[in-house]
Design a protein around this ligand. Structure first.
Ligand code: HEC
Ligand code: HEC
Ligand code: HEC
Ligand code: HEC
Ligand code: HEC
Ligand code: HEC
Ligand code: HEC
Ligand code: HEC
Length: 285
């Protein structure tokens, strides 16, 4: 059953891949259309309320959100918005997380737009701030069920490799005989692979999709030197862009020889190296 859900999710993600070809100017990462004014916390109430009477709950216009933000980006990156089944047995939605009249998730299902910008909860997540993104997901999803589908746990109880789990990300089960190019083939691009189960994060906003060659903040030479010094890989996309797996090594314990542990003895957040070293791997002091 879980597989079916994931497949549905994958289908949603294909949308962005197609739209990438169709609308090359709007990057898949782009949640806000270029050069839109920021009305959050401003004086222009008409950005979201009709001018018919004083601003109130009743003259708030939900369609206004999508005049500035791309619903497609949200739909494919954060969570599918349409045809969700709120009665699903794997979901329990809190009362204040409401679907719209047609049973789809609307922006206000997850975002509580306030008149003032709240630094602690910049993305206006309902009932936020959350210390971890997944804590937000667990408002509706069952923490234990979700953790049970954790594809980063790749070992069975007897210590052997659980190869079914590989197919959450890989196109085929990698075997030791495969050429690395084959074993690295995913159903989707790397970022889409991760975004099947993880929403966008604030933490990679400065980084995701940035080309390290054209950026002035770092250089490919420095990164190559760091890879040698730390004995790690920092894989970039074909075009030298940063992606999720540049910083994260997502195989669980089976990839142990590639994972460098922090001083606490744990690989926190599946980072390739502990946080403080990771930053200097690219940023020069
Ligand atoms: C970014 C969009 C946005 C802007 C700009 C905005 N609002 Fe709102 N407003 C909302 C949303 C969303 C709601 C809640 C609708 C709901 O809960 O159904 C709301 C609700 C309200 C309510 C009803 C509150 C309640 O709890 O009943 C008032 C009053 C209000 N807005 C006043 C204003 C005023 C005054 C301005 C201009 C200074 C303004 N809003 C600008 C999005 C906006
Ligand atoms: C007039 C255009 C406009 C409208 C209407 C609008 N927004 Fe925004 N919104 C913006 C801009 C511009 C930003 C700042 C984006 C940035 O800094 O990257 C923003 C920021 C946000 C953010 C925070 C993202 C961040 O990077 O901090 C969220 C969430 C958001 N908007 C949701 C909504 C929702 C939900 C609605 C409808 C209730 C809405 N917006 C209506 C223009 C708009
Ligand atoms: C199922 C929940 C959910 C729904 C529905 C939803 N969002 Fe979000 N949204 C999120 C989460 C989670 C984040 C990421 C917050 C973070 O990175 O901390 C986010 C982030 C955003 C951002 C900021 C993206 C960035 O640049 O970092 C914008 C803008 C936004 N949402 C707008 C919308 C709009 C507009 C809608 C309606 C079309 C919508 N969202 C519907 C959960 C949702
Ligand atoms: C407002 C409630 C709500 C929130 C918040 C929410 N989801 Fe969902 N999610 C749903 C519903 C409803 C479904 C559809 C379940 C079904 O059809 O059985 C779903 C389905 C999914 C699926 C498809 C696979 C499955 O388990 O059914 C994934 C993956 C998923 N959500 C991830 C997330 C992530 C990651 C977050 C946090 C960023 C999140 N969700 C936040 C309501 C929510
Ligand atoms: C959560 C997604 C995910 C799962 C699940 C996963 N992989 Fe991977 N795998 C990746 C990514 C991403 C890469 C690309 C290389 C990297 O990140 O270093 C990769 C690369 C590889 C490679 C190429 C060598 C290398 O490290 O570059 C092998 C071999 C491999 N995976 C084996 C497996 C096996 C065996 C399983 C199942 C037990 C598995 N993977 C499960 C995401 C995953
Ligand atoms: C099939 C769903 C799925 C996919 C695909 C997936 N993850 Fe995860 N991920 C999970 C679950 C479930 C957890 C464990 C959450 C928990 O324990 O509460 C997790 C945990 C993590 C954590 C640790 C979170 C923490 O709190 O430290 C990181 C980092 C992470 N994933 C990164 C990635 C990256 C990068 C990719 C893509 C290469 C990816 N994941 C693909 C489901 C997924
Ligand atoms: C520039 C490096 C970098 C990139 C790129 C990056 N991450 Fe992270 N990630 C981190 C660091 C560092 C942390 C540790 C927590 C922190 O300091 O915010 C982290 C934490 C996390 C966590 C656990 C914390 C949480 O909020 O739940 C998840 C899940 C995660 N990343 C997933 C992803 C996914 C998915 C992508 C790609 C879309 C990605 N990361 C891209 C560096 C990165
Ligand atoms: C894979 C290389 C890489 C890693 C790892 C990395 N960065 Fe960056 N970072 C960059 C690049 C490239 C930019 C420039 C983005 C641009 O040009 O828009 C950047 C931009 C930034 C920015 C915003 C621009 C500025 O310098 O004012 C901050 C802040 C930042 N990084 C902090 C961090 C921190 C903290 C870490 C460790 C958790 C980290 N970076 C890890 C490559 C990296």
């Amino acid at each position: 059953m879980i597989k079916i859900h994931i497949l549905r999710f994958i289908k949603g993600s294909r949308l962005i891949i197609c739209s990438l070809f169709l609308v090359p100017t709007l990057s898949a990462q782009q949640f806000t259309f270029p050069e839109r004014p920021n009305p959050h916390g401003g004086d222009d109430c008409s950005a979201c309320h009709s001018t018919n009477g004083k601003p109130s709950k009743t003259n708030f216009q939900i369609a206004s959100c999508s005049t500035c933000h791309s619903a497609d980006a949200v739909n494919s990156h954060i969570h599918p918005l349409y045809h969700l089944n709120p009665a699903s047995e794997i979901i329990s939605m809190p009362e204040n997380f409401k679907l719209d009249a047609s049973g789809n998730a609307s922006c206000l299902t997850c975002h509580e737009i306030r008149c003032k910008v709240d630094r602690a909860n910049r993305t206006f997540l309902r009932d936020g701030p959350y210390s971890q993104e997944l804590d937000f997901c667990y408002k509706c999803h069952d923490r234990e069920l979700y953790a049970r589908t954790n594809p980063h746990n790749q070992l069975l109880e007897d210590g052997s490799i659980d190869s079914d789990v590989c197919l959450y990300c890989h196109l085929k089960k990698p075997t030791p005989e495969d050429h690395p190019l084959i074993s690295r083939q995913m159903h989707l691009g790397i970022n889409e692979t991760c975004n099947k189960c993880h929403a966008l994060h604030r933490h990679e906003n400065e980084h995701q999709g940035v080309n390290v060659v054209t950026s002035k903040k770092t250089s490919l030479r420095h990164i190559k030197r760091s890879e040698k010094r730390l004995n790690i890989k920092l894989p970039l996309s074909e075009n030298n862009e940063i992606q999720c797996n540049t910083c994260h090594y997502i195989h669980g314990s089976f990839g142990i020889d590639q994972v460098h542990y922090g001083s606490s003895g744990e690989n926190e957040h599946y980072l390739r190296v502990p946080n403080e070293k990771l930053c200097y791997a690219c940023h020069e002091l």
